[in-house]
Design a protein around this ligand. Sequence first.
Ligand code: SF4
Ligand code: SF4
Length: 282
Amino acid sequence: EGRDVPFDPEQLRKIQSHPCFSEKACSRFGRMHLPVAPKCNIQCNYCIRKYDCVNETRPGVSSDVLTPQQAIERASEMFKKYPYIKVVGVAGPGEPLYNPETFETLKLIKKKYPNKILCISTNGLLLPDKIEELTEIGISNLTITINAIDPKIGKEIYSYIKYNDKEYRGQEAAEILIEKQLSGLEKAMKTDMIIKVNTVLIPTVNENHIKDIAKKIHEKGVYLQNITPLIPQYKLKDIDPPTREQKKKIQEECSEYVRQMKHCRQCRSDAVGKLGEDKSCQ
Ligand code: SF4
Ligand code: SF4
């Protein structure tokens, strides 16, 4: 069942009011994604960059990017219309931590709406560098996508990473990314954040490795894992996606180590409302 350390009441509120962290919250509370982060600092082999970040959201659609000011205006409008929206997050369309607009937007939201829960998803490369800023802003719910903890497997999943203006490829890229993800995770665990790990299930590449990831994140104290099926595109377009049974079996195996999220809807990076009942906000 994952984490053994009890949560404090404020952390519990942030789990129980977040539809992604608590299935029970789904019917009562909503979330809003603000698409303010277009650029990305890595290349996943299953991602076509003209769409939303596939690590947290659904591929095949691209959200219009908003400026922080436009995002605040949209948020204000949506909060009026749908007061049950408790959570505001940035999940793309690229990598949130690689775009200064993410921080600007969430700071503005916190100032204007201090009671909203702030949420972010990341590929983890910049997590160790940005963790303090995230804590200062008051981000409480964090999702990191970790698809491999072994660089030999990771090199099949990532083409390159860009870190401090330098590009890395192959196994070296995977080594750096994994090291940053795990050290970022450790730093995040020392804060009050509630952490979810997303893992894309890629048959023939990481299917037999996901249990190792579950074990590792359990050791680190992660609250929840969300295993999402590969949607084959770009360099991994010829891989058959996992069947429902395959996914279920792996989720069951991993649930020995860490609680599993089974209700993810792979929402767009501009999704608004309750999970599964998205409102158009265009
Ligand atoms: Fe695409 Fe997201 Fe991977 Fe960047 S982190 S390449 S946007 S899936
Ligand atoms: Fe929640 Fe999954 Fe949608 Fe993210 S993509 S908001 S985790 S349901």
